[in-house]
Design a protein around this ligand. Structure first.
Ligand code: GDP
Length: 296
């Protein structure tokens, strides 16, 4: 499970701080040396770690320790707030179009979890009494269309497809029209991925983007790939202007660094995380909850 290592290390650091008089520079330096190592070990981006440590130090040194608190508690509180801030501060909600349908474009590399996340998101929206339409615009990966259809059947959500011989742009356009004609309030477009970011993929995504004018462009990235996930996010964001990131596979053996770096590096908030293969394993991302989880 993500963050176990980080949590254990941070607990160890803060455990040592308990029971001293006031927050001294020495306390903070000692703690931050360990926090820095813990974050780097968790695969958090180097620059992000550096900025984070500087901020915490600035806020912690000389801070008054009120009765019944310890310097350790004061530092933990500051670390908690700064971790939350690092991940975006507060929950970043899904955009909603003034006039339905809200168009959500799902993008990402192959294998990141784009298709399954599309299904999961549709299920989450259904729970909020919405009527999503899934659009199968990944015509390249064998079985991607079938996979989306199977997911759609499982949650009883319609899937719009024109097979794999029509262009993805045309599929997206007609899918959107179909949603309008059938009173769907959300359209989730599952676009194609590639093994690597390439120009052809970006050109196709641009084309779809300009035809459907999405309210959300959600990049799906695999948390298990660590810093690579952050690099992919940075790359997509410069090309396509993302509105949010979905971080998948946080149930796996990841060190969690991507969750801590994505927002700081790309400026793009994590909107959802996924924690398993089941269709209800998608959660809105809450920075403050994640921070508490990391600190144990
Ligand atoms: P796509 O190529 O981006 O559309 O990727 P898929 O949606 O087909 O997902 C690739 C694989 O990752 C599938 O086997 C999914 O079941 C798996 N997967 C997706 N999300 C998660 C997750 O949160 N946790 C785990 N353990 N597996 C996931």
């Amino acid at each position: 499970m993500a963050f176990e290592g980080l949590t254990a290390r941070l607990q160890n650091v803060f455990g040592k701080l308990r029971g001293k008089g006031k927050v001294s520079e020495e306390d903070v330096n000692d703690a931050m040396r360990e926090v820095r190592l813990a974050l780097l070990e968790a695969d958090v981006n180097f620059k992000v770690v550096k900025q984070f440590i500087t901020k915490v130090k600035e806020k912690a040194v000389g801070k008054e320790v009120m009765d019944s608190f310890t310097p350790g508690m004061v530092i933990i509180d500051i670390v908690n707030k700064e971790l939350t801030e690092l991940m975006g501060g507060s929950q970043s909600k899904l955009a909603k179009a003034n006039k339905p349908p809200t168009v959500i474009m799902m993008v990402g590399l192959q294998g990141a979890g784009k298709t399954t996340t599309s299904g999961k998101l549709a299920k989450l929206l259904q729970k909020q009494n919405a009527k999503p339409l899934l659009v199968a615009a990944d015509i390249y990966r064998p079985a991607a269309i079938k996979q989306l259809q199977v997911l759609g059947e499982q949650i009883n959500a319609p899937v719009f497809t024109l097979g794999d011989q029509t262009s993805p742009v045309e599929i997206a356009k007609q899918g959107l029209q179909h949603a309008k004609d059938n009173n769907h309030d959300y359209v989730i477009i599952d676009t194609a991925g590639r093994l690597h970011v390439d120009e052809e993929l970006m050109a196709e995504l641009h084309q779809i983007h300009s035809h459907v004018n999405p309210d959300e462009v959600l990049l799906v990235v695999d948390a298990m790939t660590g810093q690579d996930a952050v690099n992919v996010a940075e790359h997509f964001n410069t090309q396509l202007s993302l509105s949010g990131v979905v971080l998948t596979k946080l149930d796996g053996d990841t060190r969690g660094g991507a969750a801590l770096s994505v927002k700081a590096v790309t400026g793009c908030p994590i909107k959802f995380i996924t924690l398993g293969e089941k269709l209800d394993a998608l959660e809105p991302f809450h920075p403050e909850r994640m921070s508490s989880r990391i600190l144990g």
